[in-house]
Write a protein that binds this ligand. Structure first.
Ligand code: 13P
Length: 249
């Protein structure tokens, strides 16, 4: 197991939270932090990208968005394309977060198209997958995750290691229920096998765990052989918690 070959990440997903005043303090705390062990990113609501670009300045924190259009430009009211994100300093974009699949009806085919458009525009997609509670209870968790990954096969084949994946079991998001390190590790190993089937290079892609990661459980999750850090929701809104999770890398 060559974990040392893979980038370790902690990425915050602020979701639809924040205000200019609240963000200012958070950006300031993040910008002052130095992490020796991994990469740190923060995916903020689109209107706050400028504030993030300024607030994070020359710090080592990577700025990201929470979604990206599957299109390059044109008549797509309300959408934001990768080249626009780049102009505001964002080099990461979440795609296929379960909340977008659930509330915006995004399909895995659309998610793959968004990931492709992100890469083409110079933005690294963080491809999110994860099963629901009923999938898990009926033994269909792996089947669901495999089906979510399948439309990305061609992209994985041509891109290899240049993608980031996040496993976020829907039942663990914002619920306080974390997948056990063993449950998470088993699914991460499965995802790594799947993406390696599409491209041997993809074996070294980073796969992050998300779902109720807190300072108290981060270390054990991150120490699993196939877990390369975390995608953090609620705890990323509290600077001290988020930075404690970063330090758990
Ligand atoms: P929580 O950390 O709040 O459970 O959210 C996880 C998540 O959805 C990150 O994208």
């Amino acid at each position: 197991m060559r974990k040392d070959r893979r980038h370790q990440w902690v990425i915050g997903n602020w979701k639809m939270n924040g205000s200019l005043a609240v963000n200012a303090a958070l950006f300031e705390a993040l910008a002052a932090h130095r992490s020796s062990r991994g990469r740190v990113g923060v995916c903020v609501p689109t209107p706050y990208l400028t504030q993030g670009q300024r607030g994070l300045g020359a710090s080592e924190i990577v700025l990201g968005a929470q979604d990206v259009s599957a299109h390059v430009d044109g008549a797509y009211t309300g959408q934001v394309c990768a080249s626009m994100l780049r102009e505001f300093g964002a080099t990461l974009a979440l795609v296929g977060h379960s909340e977008r699949r659930q509330y915006n009806g995004e399909t895995s085919i659309e998610v793959a198209a968004k990931a492709r458009a992100a890469l083409a525009g110079g933005v690294t997609p963080v491809i999110c997958v994860g099963e629901t509670l009923s999938d898990r209870e009926t033994g269909a968790a792996e089947k669901t995750v495999a089906a979510q990954l399948a439309p990305c096969a061609e992209l994985i084949r041509v891109t290899g290691v240049g993608l980031i994946f996040a496993y976020e079991p829907v039942w663990a998001i914002g619920t306080g229920k974390t997948a056990s390190p063993q449950q998470a590790e088993a699914m991460h190993a499965f995802i790594r096998d799947e993406i390696t089937r599409f491209s041997p290079d993809a074996r070294d892609a980073s796969i992050l765990y998300g779902g109720s990661v807190k300072p108290g459980n981060a270390r054990e999750l991150f120490s699993q052989p196939n877990i390369d850090g975390g995608l953090i929701g609620g705890a990323s809104l509290i600077a001290s918690d988020f930075l404690a999770i970063v330090d758990a890398l």
